[in-house]
Ligand binder design. Structure first.
Ligand code: NDP
Length: 283
């Protein structure tokens, strides 16, 4: 299910008007690759139609669906249960229908953690996250559940940043602190993972740079960017130049898709096929 104004939503998420939903292209590429006779359809649902759409998905035998803004929170009223992280975040982007029950999950943070695990174990890490919106919330909650020991939220708006820090300190085991983002942020020595979870760098603002004191970014830090379009952001380039191991925004997008396909079909989808499908869309 997608949003009411579907084209505007895609533009917000991917930075440019895209006629094909990249997630649909990516998931269906995996279905074809694995010989699965399945479809992943993009369907616009207005807020007032959400209850009927969810009931319809169940009645028609769907195995599940993704949902996006404006349904990520309101869909919860129509579900039978929530996964642990979705319950903490209060947001669902993936619904699994099994034995007549609808269970809400949040695969954004899980996808991020899967990509991070390719480079390091999140357990015990001290993490710096720029941003305090939906992406930062999903990533920080899932990292805390994966054992990250300390999370610093760096955000421009103090209220939003402190709100996320309060949520983390109340609901997950990691210790969280807030840093107001004023001038070039100095990354504390000892940080193991540095993440851009803001929209800085998203097309068309491809020249934008995060305000970071680049002397404080060292080659032993793993750097991740959530921006899918273009995946080669200035942060990705700068971090590579410093010798940092880097995850780009396609990693998170691909891995949330892999997790959704596993939930629905039981198949471990090949991430390389899915990444190629996305690269073709964004080319
Ligand atoms: P939100 O609107 O919820 O949050 C945006 C965040 O970015 C806020 O913290 C905001 O700060 C900050 N921000 C935006 N512009 C600036 C700026 N110029 N300077 C400083 N801070 C800024 O968005 P989401 O969290 O939903 O999405 C963020 C990005 O993540 C999007 O670009 C989206 O494409 C990407 N994304 C990628 C996914 C993937 O799979 N790769 C999945 C989900 C999202 P403030 O609070 O001060 O306004």
């Amino acid at each position: 299910m997608a949003a009411l104004n579907f084209k505007q939503e895609l533009t917000a998420a991917f930075g440019q008007p895209i006629s094909e939903n990249p997630t649909q292209v990516m998931v269906e590429a995996a279905y074809r690759h694995h010989g699965l006779d399945w479809r992943y359809l993009t369907i616009e649902v207005a807020p007032e139609g959400l209850a009927a759409a969810v009931a319809g998905a169940k009645a028609m035998g769907f195995r599940g669906f993704n949902c996006t803004i404006p349904h990520k929170v309101s869909v919860i009223d129509h579900l039978d249960g929530l996964g642990e992280s979705a319950e903490v975040m209060g947001a669902v982007n993936c619904v699994v229908i099994e034995d007549g029950k609808l269970i809400g999950q949040n695969t954004d943070g899980k996808g991020f953690v899967s990509s991070l695990r390719e480079l390091c174990d999140p357990a015990g890490q001290r993490v710096v996250i720029f941003g305090a919106g939906g992406a930062a919330r999903a990533i920080s909650v899932e990292l805390a559940l994966a054992g990250a020991s300390h999370i610093t939220i760096v955000n421009r708006s103090v209220e939003r940043g402190e709100g996320l820090v309060d949520l983390l300190n109340d609901r997950v085991p990691a210790e969280a602190t807030f840093a107001a983002w004023e001038g070039d942020y100095v990354i504390p020595a000892g940080a193991g993972v540095v993440i851009n979870a803001t929209s800085i760098g998203l097309f068309p603002d491809v020249d934008a740079r995060l305000a970071i004191d680049m002397d404080s970014l060292t080659g032993d830090m793993v750097v991740a960017d959530v921006i899918p379009n273009p995946p080669l952001t200035n942060l990705v380039k700068d971090a590579r130049a410093k010798g940092c191991p880097v995850i780009d925004g396609l990693g998170m997008l691909v891995n949330q898709g892999v997790i959704g396909i596993k939930y629905w079909t039981g198949v471990d989808a090949d991430p390389t096929v899915m990444r190629q499908a996305l690269e073709d869309v964004f080319a």
